[in-house]
Design a protein around this ligand. Structure first.
Ligand SMILES: O=c1ccn([C@@H]2O[C@H](COP(=O)(O)O)[C@@H](O)[C@H]2O)c(=O)[nH]1
Length: 273
């Protein structure tokens, strides 16, 4: 099953719009993992196993793995573990790739062959030819940065080009011209709920990956109100640090499960309003 259908099944059958972010930072790990050469994998595997039932997707951020010797091998093993143990939950590789076509082909092999991710985040700044090698894989998701969650999102993404802010042009172009295989989605920060509302109007039912709740302070109610589709889905609302570091003790995985369940439930309460 392709990424978009896997995601839709998860929204409807597991009744969750929560994306669990996997951003392992050894400085924040519980003491019993200190010095363990396999700590990135062990920490994330326990988090994934504890939170899978509450997740519509997992989103490992590649930098948290590639920053460490052996980290990319840990990431490959982690994704293989998720596919084997939680086959219904799609994996989004957060790598924000984008380059000329020949290099993009290598990034395609990285995301879809080496790591076997169901979807990958992409930077659309280099234009259509940089996205084409990814778009050709109709069963994999291509999730493009549109309006990011950080304060600097305003620097370029809100510049007015041909009478509209650049982020709106990006949303419109991807929805109308790049989504021929129906495998596109957009990243929109929870910290910009008004822009989220505008993007939802521009892109119809297209899935939106929404980071920025939890540690970055985005409002869950505003995200659901402004970002959901008519059937109350359409969103992958990501939380990473708020789930991963709910406890720094040996009970970290159980605490992560409680945090994931609480956020899943809060999102679902907002969907009913
Ligand atoms: O606009 C963006 C795009 C990506 N991210 C990523 O999402 C998570 C957020 O982590 P939290 O701990 O929940 O704040 C992280 O991997 C970012 O690289 C984003 O925050 N904003």
């Amino acid at each position: 099953m392709g990424f978009i259908n896997k995601l839709r099944s998860r929204w409807h059958e597991a009744e969750t719009l929560l994306c669990v972010g996997l951003d392992p930072d050894p400085a924040k790990f519980p003491a019993h993992l200190a010095g363990d050469p396999d700590r990135l994998f062990r920490f994330c595997r326990e988090i994934a196993d504890a939170t899978a039932q509450f997740a519509c997707a997992f989103k490992p951020q590649i930098a948290y793995f590639s920053a460490h010797a052996g980290g990319e091998e840990a990431l490959a093993r982690l994704i293989a573990h998720i596919h084997a143990a939680h086959p219904d939950v799609p994996v989004i590789l957060d790598a924000k790739r984008g380059d000329i076509g020949s290099t993009a082909e290598q990034y395609v092999a990285e995301a879809f062959v080496r790591f076997n991710a169901d979807a990958v985040t992409l930077n659309p700044y280099m234009g259509r030819d940089s996205a084409a090698p990814f778009l050709a894989h109709a069963k994999r998701g291509c999730i493009f940065l549109c309006h990011t969650s950080n304060p600097g999102a305003r620097d370029f993404q809100e510049l007015v080009v041909d009478g509209e802010p650049l982020y709106q042009h990006v949303a419109r172009t991807i929805a109308s011209a790049w989504n021929g295989s129906g495998n596109c989605a957009l990243v929109v920060g929870a910290t910009f709920p008004e822009e989220l509302r505008v993007i939802r109007e521009l892109v119809g039912e297209m899935p939106l990956l929404v980071p920025g709740v939890g540690a970055q302070g985005g409002d869950v109610g505003a995200v659901v109100r402004n970002g959901r589709t008519a059937d109350g889905t359409g969103l992958m609302i990501n939380s990473s640090r708020g789930i991963l570091y709910a406890s720094r003790g040996e009970d970290f995985a159980q605490a992560a499960a409680r945090a994931a369940r609480a956020l899943r439930d809060e999102i679902n309460r907002c969907r009913k309003r």
